[in-house]
Design a protein around this ligand. Sequence first.
Ligand code: CA
Ligand code: CA
Length: 854
Amino acid sequence: MYIHRFTLLLLVLLTWTNVAKSQQLVLNDLEYFEANGLNVLVYSNRYNPVFFDEKTAGIELIHHGVRTATGGAVRLHNTPEQWDLVPEIVSRNVNRNDNSISTVLRYADFNFDSEIKVSPHKTGFRIQVILKKPVPKELEGRAGFNFEFLPPDYWESIYLADGSPRLFPRYPASDTQIRPKSEKIHQIYDHTTFDDRGRDEFLEPLPISTANTFILAPDNPERKVTIQSDSEIMFFDGRILAQNGWYVFRSLLPIGKTGKVLEWYVEANTIPGWIREPNIGFSQVGYTPAQEKKAIIELDKNDVAKPSATLYKINENGEIAPAFSGKTEEWGRYLRYNYLIFDFTEIKEKGVYFIEYNGHRTNAFPISDDVYNGIWHPTMDVWLPIQMDHMTVNEGYRIWHGNAHQDDALQAPTNHNHFDGYRMGDTTDTRFKPFERIPGLDVGGWYDAGDFDIQTGSHNAVVMDLVQIFETFAPSRDMTFVDQATKYTDLHRPDGKNDMLQQIEHGVLALVAQIESIGHPIRGIVVGNLHQYHHLGDAATITDNLLYNPDLKPYETDGKSSGTMDERWVFTNRSPYMDYSTAASLAAASRVLKDFNPELAEKSLRFAIKMWDDNIDNEQETSGQSFWGTGNLNAALQLYIATKEKRFKKVFEETLWDQLKNTNPMFDVNRPGNFPVENAFAYAIMAYPHMDASFHKKLRPYVIKYKEQSDKIIAESPYGVPMGGRGWAGNTPIMKWAINNYFINQYYPDLMAQGDVFKAMNYILGCHPYSNISFVATIGAKSKKVTYGSNRADFTFIAGGVVPGLVLLNPDFYENKDDWPFLWGQNEAIITTATPYVFMALAAEELANDLNKK
Ligand SMILES: [Ca+2]
Ligand SMILES: [Ca+2]
C-alpha cells in the first residue's frame, strides 16, 4: 500500500504544480501577459482618434478564448459613452526587468497625466494608478479607474459584492440622477449625446452596488473574475445611458494625492489544462459535387493535432455512416492558432454530411448541385430595400420604417467638424447660406446602414456595383414593389418591374437630386446633432419631418412646421474626386436605365458629362482632393462605354497605363483595407470587354503580376484569401478580390482558376477564423445572429445583411462577436458590403452551374 500512497502523493503534487504554473501570468514575446486560458492585454490596442471609445482599447482580458473585458483606463465618467473623452496614449513601456507594462495617459484638455502599471501578482495581476501631480480640481470626483466587462458573458450569472450574492441585470433598470449641465464634462467637439429637451441638464448613472471585493460569476470557471481593492469599487450598468454600454467597475481617484493613488488586484480563474475547442471552418451552404472541398481546422496552440478527420453522411432514413476518413494536413501556425486542412473533395455523392474531428462534430451541410442558387435573394429582396431612405418599407404585417427625412435638408455651416468624420471648409461651395434649406433632396438613397446618413461615395460605389452585376448577369428577379410616387415599398410583392433596376433608380435619384439642387455632388447628408445620430429604431422618427419655422419655440409645432431645428445637414464642399466618382456611376447607370426610365437615364448621362467637363480642364478651381488623386479613371471608362466618344477613351488609356506602371495591381500590402476596386487594375479588368485585342495583350503582363502578388498574399494564411481587418474587418476587400478573379477567369482562363472565387465565397460563408458561422445573415445553416443595423438594440439581424467580419485586435486576435451587435467594425452590415456579396453569389451560381455540366 506504500507504493500506492506514494503514487497518489506524487500525482497530487504534479497536479498542484500544474495548476500553480497555469495560473501564473508570464510576459510573452508579443508583449502581453499570458497564462493557459488567459491573456491580459495592456494597451496593445489604443483608443481611436476618430471614433473614440470603440470598446477595443486599454487593459483587456481574453478569457478562455473570449475577449470579456476592455477599457482599463482613467476615465472621467461612471459609464463612458463612445463620444466621451478618451485619454491620449503618451507612452507605453514594456519593462522586462520588473515584469510590468505601463502606460502614460493624458487628458490634454485638463493637463492631466496618469500612469497605469500592470504586473503579475500571485495568481492574478495588479493594476496601479500612479500620479505625478494630484487630480486637477475640475476632475475631482470625476477621474476614476474604470474596467469594463461584456454583459452577455455574464448574463444568467451572479456576482458577489463583499460576499453578498446579486444577479447580473439582464436588462438595465438601475437608478440615475439628473445634474445641471454646468457640471458636465464636455463630449467631443462640444456635441452632446443627450437630448435634454432644452432643460440644461444631463443624466448620471448611479452604482448598482459598491464593495471592496467583487467576485464575478463564481459559478462559472470560464468567466470567474475577482476584483479586490482597499479603495471602494463601484459597479455600474453602462447600458442605462447607451444600449452599447458594458458593465463598468470603477474606483474614484483620491483627491490631493500623488504617487501610487490606487491599486486593484484582479484574478481571472483559469481551468487547469484548458484547451480551446477546435473551430472547424467550412461553408455553411455546403458544396457542389464537383467543387474543391476543404475544411480548415483551427487549433489551440496547446492542442495536439490529430492525424485524421471523418466526413459522415446522413442517409434518407436518418442513419449516420462514415462516408470518408482522410488525413489532416498540417498547415502550421497563423497568428495565435495552429491549422489543419481536411480535404474531402473526392466525395461527390449528393446528400447531407457533417465533419467529425477529435470528437467534435459540426452541424450538417449539403453536397448538392444547387447549393449556391438564390443565396443573394435575401440581400436584394429584404436587406437592401429595408435600407431605402425617403420610403415607407413594409413586409407582410410589419412596417420596417416610415417615410423618413421628409424635411431634408439644411446647408451645413462652414468651418465645422462633424462627429462622424464630415467636415466643412470656410466656404459652402453653393449658393446657400448656412442652415438655409436646400430643397429637392428628400428623394432616393439608402441608409448606410447602422446610422442613417446619405454618403455620396457609398452611393456611387453601390450604383456602380449594381450596374456591374446587371451588365454581367442580367438578373430578372421581381419580388419587390417600389412606388416612387407614393414613396412606398413592399417586400415579397412583385410589381412587374425589375428589382435591381428599381434599386439603381433609387440610388440615382439621390445622386441626380444633389446635382440638380446644388450644381455638383456633395460629401453627404447627415444629422447635425449627436443626440439624433445614435438613433436606434425607425428612421422616420429621427426628425419631425416638418420644416423648421423660426417663429415657433423649440419643440413647438403648428402641425405644418416646427420650431425644432432637427433637419439633416448637407456637407456641400466640392471635390474633383466626388465629381468624377459620381460621373462614373451616373454614366454607368444611364446605360441600364435607358429603357426602364429614359428621362432619368438621359439626365444621368447629361450630368455625368457636365461633371467631366467642369473638371477636366480646371481641376485647381475646386476645393479638396482625395487620397486617390482626382479619380477620373473610372469616369473616363464609364463615359466611354456609355457614349463611345474617343475623348474619354483617350484619357482612360493614358491614365490607365501610367497608373498601372506605378501602382500595385493587387492591394497595397501595407494597407490591407485598401479596396482593390479603387485601383487602376480593377478598372482595366472592367474595361476589357470594351477594348480591342491589342489592349488585351498589353494588359496580360499586369494580370500575371496581379496573380503573382495575389498568390503571395493569400499564402500568408491557411484560408487562401487576402486577410485584412485592422480597424475595420476585411470582408469587402476579400469579395472585391474574388470579383477581380472572376473576370480574370473569364478573360484569361489560363491565368486564373475558378477556385479563387470559391475560396472567398467559402470564407464569407463560414470557413474563417474565430467561428464557423456565415457572415451573411440567414444564408447557410448557421449565420450571423446579431448585426449592427437599425434593430441592433434588439440583438437581432436583417436578413441578407453582410457584416465586415473579423477585426484583428493587436497583436494576434481575430474577433467577430456574435452575442454583441454593437462592435461596428465587426458587425455593421453596410451597403458597400452587400453589393459585392450579391455579385460574388451570382458568380458562384454561374461557375457552379458550369462545373456541374462538366
Ligand atoms: Ca419589382
Ligand atoms: Ca424638422
